[in-house]
Design a protein around this ligand. Structure first.
Ligand code: ZN
Length: 86
């Protein structure tokens, strides 16, 4: 997997972060306003962006909405990243 790759309509990305959490990144279109955790700016309605689902070792998790450019930085930190069908 090219780690600079981002999710598309056809493929998602999965990998493990430095804390051992499982991350799955998927392509999405914003249906409402979100706050990107990467830069704290808004992800506007209609924007193509990345949903990042995070699960810890207990299976507990949450998801956040990232700008595509901001998610690129996140992807670079993933271990064992691979592409999966969306
Ligand atoms: Zn951002």
């Amino acid at each position: 997997v090219d780690l600079s790759e981002l999710p598309t309509r056809r493929s998602s990305l999965t990998g493990t972060d430095l804390d051992g959490n499982k991350l799955t990144l998927a392509f999405a279109i914003a249906r409402k306003l979100y706050r990107c955790p990467g830069c704290r700016e808004s992800v506007n309605v209609g924007a193509e962006h990345v949903v990042v689902a995070r699960k810890d070792v207990t299976g507990e998790g949450y998801h956040q909405h990232w700008h595509r450019d901001c998610a690129r930085t996140l992807v670079r930190t993933l271990k064992a990243a691979r592409s999966i069908p969306a």
